[in-house]
Design a protein around this ligand. Structure first.
Ligand code: ATP
Ligand code: MG
Length: 719
């Protein structure tokens, strides 16, 4: 409270000030990118504590851990020493669930399953319940269960859903409750459960709801457009007695519909809180005028949206570039070399650049090209590390130690490294456990009693149990020590050390990295005995967590991960049909609009310079094929952009719908959409490139022809 209040408001516009000064009652801030929404949330938290509101009564929910960290740092500057709880919905739910676990049938040391774990469990359940079917893959069943959870459809309510009655629906109807039972038996939750359990908990326990509502008197939610129904139910339940809920978002940036996010939550909000204060921010502080205009023209193509005004006092800036490269290698090499030149000239630093792509699979060639230029880069895929086999193995040991009912973890480690426990033994353990309602570890303790289990196997199992018991003795030690013990006692490290293979040496290095992570965790959490907390941290790592704004590196990431961030120079690459928009959205207007919003998010991350590009040929999923430029490119205001495209006439395109099987699953594995090309079209020499300045472009309408050919009904019609 050492700064005068005015300082907090000094760097804000009038509209932002109104939002920041708001204290009691619901508020909705709807505004476009770069208008200071996130800034308003941070400043408002600071203002609340300065107005005498207890920090512990404030809850700030962000979309990523990264965003929460940044907010925490800024708050530390604005209002030092205030322990406001900031974090993602998932973290908040873990925290709530640990306290009230028994109310939903869990113990407080529950495990959190990532996608891989939960998929494994689901497959087991499908096998056990004889629900394996050629009509529905485990993935599609998992997706349907996830959608149900995000929409707060509990297993007993599944009959009421739209899917019910279909082949998939009837499978899900049986798989869903069985899967939930298996999770509870393993004392585990999947990511969706975190939200659903808490929402149900608050709905069915009025006392808890009341108490939590009173605890979190002020709730702030950023990126509200990407909340799903379960998230909405949670914040709604916590804002009945104290309706001081303020949400901030931009419907045009809603990009998680595929994960159950629902823009309708904004409408619900206005219905549930009829006297909500609505604040609009219209001034953009991030981008140049030319970038903003391009973004605005693109998003105007979405039919399902409310028009928003967005302007900026920033300079006009350089024209947005649209570049066509002959091949994906040229794209990567030339972009890397451009960045290297700009850095050499001292115009920018590596950290000023970001390269965005639609899917992570596209990152490799850029990594390679940046390495060639000796440019430091960081690739934003925080999940990757914890998904590595060796890391997952060791983490599974830790999960089992923390929660002995964790059957998925037990299955993973019981014969890793190999100790003579085969598939049939594991099946026998599983059956024995199921029949007696035991965990698999408890079944393993009774291995000697299991009928038909060879003596040799029983001995091996007993040894494994002894190992787990021994490791359990050190549960309260420092996490680094526990990890070290797992590595040595289990024999895991020894196996790798004895191996000649380079891959195994890399695995060893990764395990060292895990030890480092554990050490760092111990340092930040000196109280000790915090294995559970460590597991929680690592389970909830999100895409952007590995990204650091402090280091001087070029950033590579998907457009989904770029949400909320900003960079002076942005490259959006591989703007090609089938990639962006993604293949999956081809026949679905709504999904197509979401893809357009995704590109909009990408464009609006740029502060000074922006380049979009595509390659005429791309090697993707092992196939080198001609591409079709994204039809979004043709929606841009091309006459004011700087185009760098081949002079050659339009390539003829095949009607791919008639050439490829209708089966979408097949398409998913196949190459990106094919453009048919005559011999002559394929040959493409770099000298055919011409630089076209914006003014000249206006006189060259023929440039657009190639695009007009692939526009139209075939790309947009529904199935
Ligand atoms: P997005 O929709 O992309 O999440 P946002 O609305 O949350 O964007 P912010 O990230 O809060 O926007 O702000 C965008 C940029 O503009 C930031 O660099 C921020 O510091 C700056 N900014 C916002 N408001 C002001 C202001 N009043 N004066 C100066 N700079 C500002
Ligand atoms: Mg923001």
């Amino acid at each position: 409270n050492n700064l005068p209040l005015t300082d907090l408001f000094a760097s804000l516009t009038e509209a932002q000030r109104t939002a920041v000064a708001h204290i009691d009652g619901p508020m909705l801030t709807l505004a476009g990118p770069g208008s200071g929404k996130t800034r308003v949330v941070t400043h408002r938290v600071a203002n609340l504590v300065r107005q005498g509101i207890q920090a512990r009564n404030i809850l700030a929910l962000t979309f990523t851990n990264k965003a929460a960290d940044e907010m925490r740092q800024r708050l530390a500057a604005l209002a030092p020493g205030q322990p406001v709880w900031m974090g993602t919905f998932h973290r908040f739910c873990v925290r709530t669930l640990r306290i009230h676990a028994p109310l939903v049938g869990l113990s407080e040391n529950f495990s959190i399953y990532d996608m891989d774990d939960s998929r494994k469990l689901l497959k087991l359940v499908l096998a056990e319940e004889r629900l394996e079917s050629t009509h529905a893959s485990p993935d599609s069943i998992a997706h349907a269960i996830s959608a149900a959870k995000n929409n707060l459809v509990t297993p007993d309510k599944y009959r009421e859903t739209a899917l019910y009655g279909s082949t998939l629906g009837s499978l899900v109807e049986r798989a869903y409750p069985a899967y939930q039972r298996a999770l509870l038996r393993a004392n585990a939750v999947d990511f969706d459960d975190l939200l659903q359990h808490v929402a149900v908990l608050l709905r069915e326990n009025p006392d808890v709801r009341k108490q939590q509502d009173a605890k979190y008197k002020y709730i702030l939610v950023d990126e509200y457009q990407d909340t799903n129904l379960a998230q909405y139910a949670i914040i709604r339940a916590l804002s009945i007695d104290y309706p001081n809920l303020s949400v901030t978002g931009d419907p045009d940036q809603s990009i998680y519909g595929w994960r159950g996010a629902n823009v309708r939550n904004i409408l619900e909000f206005e219905k549930d809180f009829p006297n909500v204060k609505v604040v609009r921010l219209e001034q953009n502080y991030r981008s140049t005028q030319s970038i903003l205009r391009v973004a605005d023209v693109l998003i105007a193509h979405n039919k399902r949206r409310k028009k928003k005004r967005l302007w900026t006092e920033n300079p006009e800036g350089e024209a947005v570039r649209l570049v066509c490269y002959p091949t994906h290698t040229d794209e990567a090499e030339q972009i890397a070399s451009q960045i290297a030149t700009a850095v050499r000239q001292g115009k920018y630093r590596p950290r000023d650049f970001a390269i965005f792509f639609r899917t992570n699979a596209l990152s490799r060639q850029f990594e390679h090209a940046l390495r060639e230029q000796v440019l430091p880069y960081q690739i934003v895929n925080g999940l990757e590390f914890y998904q590595r086999m060796e890391i997952k193995d060791v983490m599974a040991y830790l999960h089992l130690l923390n929660n002995q009912r964790d059957n998925v973890a037990l299955r993973r480690v019981i014969n890793t490294p190999t100790r003579g426990i085969g598939k049939s033994t594991i099946t026998k353990l599983q059956e024995y456990a199921s029949h007696r309602g035991l965990s698999m570890l408890d079944a393993a303790r009774q291995a000697g009693l299991i009928e038909g289990l060879p003596k040799k196997s029983a001995v091996a199992v007993a040894k494994f149990v002894a190992l787990i018991d021994k490791l359990s003795e050190s549960l309260t030690a420092e996490v680094e020590q526990i990890v070290g013990m797992v590595l040595s006692e289990s024999g895991y490290r020894e196996v790798l050390q004895n191996s000649e293979s380079e891959e195994d040496q890399e695995r060893l290095a990764n395990l060292e990295e895990l030890l480092t992570a554990a050490r760092q965790f111990d340092m930040h959490n000196p109280q000790g005995g915090k294995l559970e907390h460590f597991l929680e941290e690592t389970s909830l790592v999100s895409d952007t967590d590995a990204w650091s704004s402090d280091t001087d590196r070029v950033s590579l990431m998907t457009m989904h991960a770029a949400k909320g961030l900003e960079f002076p120079v942005v490259y959006i690459v591989a703007c090609e049909q089938g990639l962006l928009p993604h293949e999956r959205s081809r026949h679905d207007e709504e999904k197509l609009e979401e893809e357009r919003r995704l590109l909009f998010v990408g464009l609006t991350r740029a502060r000074q310079e922006l380049q979009l590009s595509y390659a005429q040929y791309r090697m993707f999923r092992g196939i080198n094929a001609p591409t079709i430029p994204s039809h979004f490119l043709q929606e841009l205001p091309r006459d004011e952009m700087r185009l760098q495209e081949p002079k050659t006439g339009p390539r003829r395109l095949i009607d791919f719908d008639s050439q490829l099987p209708a089966d979408d699953d097949h398409l998913d594995e196949g190459p990106i959409e094919h453009a048919a090309a005559t011999e002559q079209d394929i040959s493409f020499e770099p000298e055919e490139f011409s630089q076209i300045e914006p003014s000249e472009a206006r006189k060259k309408p023929q440039l657009d022809k190639r695009f007009s050919l692939m526009s139209g009904a075939d790309l947009l019609t529904r199935q």
